[in-house]
Design a protein around this ligand. Sequence first.
Ligand SMILES: [Zn+2]
Ligand SMILES: [Zn+2]
Length: 268
Amino acid sequence: MPNFICVQCGTQFDDRTTAPTGCVICQDIRQYVRWEGQAWATLEDLEKTHSARLEFDFGLLGIESRPNFAIGQRALLVPDRDGNILWDCIALLDDAIIDRIRASGGLAAIAISHCHYYTTMVAWSEAFGDVPIYLHENNRKWVQRHDRRIEYWSGEALMLTPSSTLHRVPGHYSGGTIMRWAGGADGKGALLSGDMLQVTQDRRFVSFMYSYPNMIPVSAATARQIGDILEPLDFDRVYGAFWNRVIASDAKDATRKSVARYIEAVIQ
Ligand SMILES: [Zn+2]
Ligand SMILES: [Zn+2]
């Protein structure tokens, strides 16, 4: 039985004989159903219509599909000393991706910021030796392909390895997750933020939204809370959700200024 994939958000569902009637992630007010109506594909379809872009993005191997699929997700391969961690995920998983990651040492774990990147995570886990997929417990209800390889974590932080720690960041989703990797930015530390912190177009600031496509901002209190979470973390770079959306250096200072700027904008 096929595991259908939502064409709008890239989420793969539990196997079933007929396509689901709708995608709860897209029907939520933070996302949208495509204007042409709900549509479905399978991983086999994607392998015929899309190919992999595998290039370095500020020192990390980025993985994307060409042409863009769903919301244009990009995954990053983080070469942690204890094994590669796949940060975020994309729907496409073809031989080019599998061969490249295997040649780079395979995967030790998958960690995902939130449901807009769950995509075909279970297929990725299977392809790389049943590696664990770390998701925050608060986002469990958004998982559409249930699997024993998913490890739900709860609380505010989870140390994956001595150099990589997941932190819960509220705002976009209550189980929103970022990862701090000590080995990033030549040892100064990097944050992989998904769109919990959205790197802005000028790549000098981040911003925070409950919904990006529907433009629903977070409250000043939530922005302050995010600032408090970032304050104790050491990092010099932020890898945002999309290709090249990176604050390459002095990112800690940039996020401090971003929180202050955001609060000032929404309380007046
Ligand atoms: Zn969807
Ligand atoms: Zn999102």
